[in-house]
Write a protein that binds this ligand. Structure first.
Ligand code: SAM
Length: 274
């Protein structure tokens, strides 16, 4: 079985070919023997054998049937390796990751077109993770590590920031891949926090408030929030006053802690029937 068929653009197949970068990713992932490892999109296996050597258990999720079959065959005698031939966005990650009490160390060179969606899926299972080492488009990485009040700061920064310490490690230029992507990539580490960075009350409300605040970046916070889910059930002025936040500000100027205050107040004050 071969893994050398022409790369598929539709699946974001830019395979890593630079040994130095592969070594750096493995070192950054810092895999411990008592962790399970999840690799999303192993592709032609640039990282995979190195992960299989280190991990007590390795789970591969690959959407390209030919590549999934290649890995199933390659690791057929290695019991610690499991391959799921599926779209990671359709896999019930909470169920799959619950199959072992071990914490999961996630390593992935993510296909760019679904990276944000994958991040949100991984956020949902943060409590099952010990660490993530992810290759992302540099621009997406910049957004995740952005401070308030700049154009990169947005929904992903705040929602992921609630549960992870995020560190940008190094840039990976296009020449490290085959075929070469058009943009730079970045390796980021995500270290899950045992407690959320701030008390938000109901996390679904937190998510709704953050999304609404960034929904119209040129408008004021009051304008963005007034018809948002949950906020429309309370007195907006009372909400903002109680949280000490000026409604004339733009959403992008609020810190994670300020979003948390809004969410906590809403959790405690929305009518019970909501
Ligand atoms: N890890 C390999 C490497 O570093 O060379 C491949 C990385 S390549 C950027 C992305 C990989 O994700 C490809 O193997 C692709 O087939 C796979 N992929 C794309 N969409 C996927 C999806 N929805 N679910 C699972 N895997 C996917």
């Amino acid at each position: 079985m071969s893994s050398n068929r022409r790369p598929l653009k539709s699946l974001g197949q830019n395979f890593l070919v630079d040994q130095n970068i592969i070594d750096k990713i493995i070192a950054t992932a810092n895999i411990h023997p008592d962790e399970a490892v999840l690799e999303i999109g192993p592709g032609r296996g640039a990282l995979t054998a190195r992960l299989a050597e280190r991990a007590d258990r390795l789970l591969l999720i690959e959407f390209d049937h030919a590549l999934a079959a290649y890995h199933s065959d390659r690791f057929k005698n290695k019991e610690s390796v499991t391959v799921i031939d599926a779209d990671v966005l359709k896999v019930d990650l909470a169920a799959v990751l619950s199959e072992t009490p071990l914490k999961w160390n996630v390593v992935a060179n993510l296909p760019y077109n679904i990276s944000t969606e994958v991040l949100f899926r991984l956020l949902e299972v943060h409590h099952k993770l010990s660490r993530m080492t992810l290759m992302l488009q540099k621009e997406v990485g910049d957004r995740l590590a952005a401070p308030p009040n700049c154009s990169e700061y947005g929904v992903t920064t705040v929602l992921l920031g609630l549960w992870f310490d995020i560190r940008r490690n190094f840039i990976v230029p296009p020449g490290c891949f085959h075929p070469m992507p058009k943009v730079d990539s970045a390796i980021l580490s995500f270290i899950p926090l045992s407690e959320p960075r701030a008390e938000v009350g109901n996390e679904h409300i937190f998510k709704c408030v953050v999304k609404a605040a960034f929904s119209m970046r040129r408008k004021t916070l009051s304008n963005c929030l007034k018809s948002a889910e949950y906020v429309r059930d309370v007195n907006l002025e009372q909400l903002l006053n109680s949280c000490g936040i000026d409604g004339q500000r733009r959403g992008e100027t609020l810190s994670l802690e300020e979003f948390a205050r809004l969410s906590l107040w809403l959790t405690e004050n929305i009518p019970v029937s909501v």
